[in-house]
Structures are given as structure tokens and as C-alpha cells.
Design a protein around this ligand. Structure first.
Ligand SMILES: Cc1ncc(COP(=O)(O)O)c(C=O)c1O
Length: 325
């Protein structure tokens, strides 16, 4: 055992996310987690009030989930997902299809929330491209947050964190979130954008903008915006990375809408905070636009750990808990 506590040893080699290391307090060294609690090296306990970025929805170390992972790792630890498939991914697809909005037909696996969004944006751009309809603009809400890869960062509301990258981001038109008192204005702003730009997709956090401070907007208003976009063939991407799996009282926030999104992005509570995994789901119509004798019309996007069997096993165990009374 090296000298010093975790915080001191951490300082030597580690670079933490979302941290200005010149001014930040030393990170708290955590050695154990159970239920809603975390423990540091001195045995002091902390309530994990933010459920480790909204992931640990059944509590840390839930026995059903850790057992499922441990059984899975002994059977099949990992296999690449291009040219191969496996039982946990197939079963998860069957179980998710039973609860996702009815228009969803295909699941594409990734490994975190940002990459789920990135795949959704690329899917939307290539969907139009494959049909000889090149579109170059995204629509997104002001103050949204979709992650830290370039596509996801582009769709996110402007923040000083993104300043160094601003010149390299995708083309995005922004609208305010719909509330009861601004709906007419937001609708006419959207109408003007869709008629003057070649819009490929509308990316939004349905009903609640998490990183903006749990800022709610009107389901009725969002429904109207989705309807306008779909009239123009613009694919609607619901970022359910934070809202998915019960956060709004329904399994998915999109269930509160009449007009269903074309694409949904899931992560975080998908695996109950125990394993990184994400899913970009889409309609059959989107999937079909990638079918061709021409190999380059396929979706050439992959992450090594896509559909990791351990993540799928954790997700299946989580779904069982979600569905139990
Ligand atoms: C709504 C939403 N989308 C995407 C992301 C990005 O997910 P990840 O941090 O797993 O890349 C987050 C992260 O907080 C999020 O809240």
C-alpha cells in the first residue's frame, strides 16, 4: 500500500472531469457504497443524494444486479458486437421493445450518454444523406445538455465550457423551451427555422432539462414542436439519458407525449449505475434507409465495448426491479 490517503495519492497522477484543478477542493476518497450511502476511508458516511449523476436508481450494490453481473461474467465476459451477438443483448432488446414507445423498432448500442446522442445525430444526418437529401442543421433547446462529444456538445446550449470549441461545432438553431405563456412565439420561431434551413434533426431533453437545474417545460408545447418538425421530415431525437427509467413518473418521459420521437437515447439508470452502457433506438423507417447493396449506406459507427454483456445483464436485472411492484 502506497503512503497517504486516496485524496493525496490521487493528486499525483489524476485529472478529474468538470474540475478546475487550481481551485477545486481535493476529491473525497470513497471506499464503499451500499444503498443510498457512500463511505470514505475514515469510515464517514455520505448520502449519495444525486444518485451518482442520476444512475443508481435502485441504490448502490443492489444484490440482484451484482449477482446478474457476476453470473454473466463467468459465462461470457465480452465479445465484439460486429459480426457476433449474444443472449443478454438479444433479451434486452426484446424486453426494451415491450416498454419503449410503439414506433421504436431497432436498438443501436453504445457505451455512454454522449455517444448515444452522437450516434443519434449521425444516424439522422446519414438518414437524409442516404436519400439524397443532404441536410446540415440541427434544432435544439436553449440551455439543453446532451454530453461532451462534438455532436452532443453542439446540440447543448452554449456554455463557457464550450468556448474553445465553438468554431468547430455543428450548425445548430436554438429555440427556447415551450412554456404555457410563450408557446405561440416558440412555434413561430420554429416555423421560421424549418422553412429557412435544411434541418436534419431536433434534439431535446423531453419535459425536464437536467443539467439546466431540473427545468421543466410543457408536454403539450413539446408535442406541438415535434409535430411541426415531423411535418418537414425532421427527425426528432428524445434525449432520455436523464429522464429514462421512471424519472417523470412514467418509464420514459416521451410517454407523456402524443407525438412520439423518431429516436430515443438511453443511458445512466439503464444499468442502475453499475456498468457503462447506452442505447440509441429508432423507427423501422430510419433503419430501412440504411439498407442497400451499397456497403457505404450502412451505419459505420462503432465503439469497442458496444452492447457489453455485463452492461446488458445489469440492465436486464434493473428492468426486472423496475417492473416488480
Ligand atoms: C440529458 C443528458 N444527456 C446526455 C448526457 C451525457 O451522458 P454521459 O455523461 O454518460 O456522456 C447527460 C449527462 O449528464 C445528460 O444529462
Amino acid at each position: 500500500m502506497k503512503g497517504g490517503n486516496l485524496s493525496e495519492r490521487d493528486k499525483k497522477h489524476l485529472w478529474h472531469p468538470l474540475t478546475q484543478h487550481k481551485t477545486a477542493l481535493a476529491p473525497i476518497g470513497i471506499v464503499k457504497a451500499e444503498g443510498a450511502l457512500l463511505w470514505d476511508e475514515e469510515g464517514k458516511s455520505y448520502i449519495d443524494g444525486i444518485a451518482s449523476w442520476y444512475t443508481a436508481m435502485y441504490g448502490h450494490g443492489h444484490k440482484d444486479i451484482t449477482r446478474a453481473i457476476s453470473e454473466q461474467v463467468q459465462l461470457l465476459d465480452f465479445v465484439m458486437f460486429s459480426g457476433f451477438t449474444h443472449e443478454p443483448a438479444v433479451r434486452l432488446s426484446e424486453e426494451l421493445m415491450a416498454i419503449l414507445p410503439k414506433n421504436q423498432a431497432k436498438l443501436f448500442f453504445n457505451d455512454n450518454g454522449s455517444t448515444a446522442i452522437e450516434a443519434a445525430i449521425k444516424m439522422a444526418l446519414q438518414y437524409h444523406f442516404n436519400q439524397n437529401d443532404k441536410r446540415d442543421t440541427l434544432i435544439a433547446f436553449e440551455d439543453g445538455f446532451h454530453g461532451d462529444t462534438f455532436g452532443a456538445m453542439s446540440a447543448s446550449g452554449l456554455s463557457s465550457y464550450n468556448d474553445p470549441f465553438e468554431d468547430f461545432l455543428l450548425k445548430v438553431e436554438r429555440i427556447p423551451v415551450p412554456q404555457k405563456d410563450n408557446l405561440d412565439m416558440v412555434q413561430s420561431q420554429l416555423e421560421s427555422i424549418v422553412s429557412s434551413h435544411k434541418c436534419a434533426a431536433f434534439v431535446f431533453e423531453p419535459l425536464v432539462q437536467g443539467a439546466a437545474g431540473m427545468k421543466f417545460h410543457s408536454a403539450e408545447g413539446l408535442d406541438k414542436l415535434i409535430k411541426i418538425c415531423q411535418k418537414y421530415g425532421i427527425l426528432c431525437i428524445a434525449d432520455e439519458v436523464m429522464t429514462g427509467f421512471g424519472k417523470t413518473g412514467k418509464i420514459f418521459a416521451s410517454e407523456n407525449l402524443q407525438n412520439q420521437p423518431d429516436i430515443l437515447c438511453l443511458s445512466k439508470a439503464l444499468t442502475a449505475g453499475i456498468f457503462p452502457l447506452s442505447i440509441t433506438s429508432c423507427t423501422q423507417k430510419i433503419f430501412d434507409a440504411f439498407l442497400s447493396e451499397d456497403i457505404s449506406k450502412g451505419f459505420f459507427h462503432a465503439h469497442t465495448y458496444s452492447a457489453h454483456p455485463l452492461g446488458c445483464a445489469a440492465a436486464l436485472a434493473g428492468l426486472k426491479l423496475l417492473n416488480s411492484p
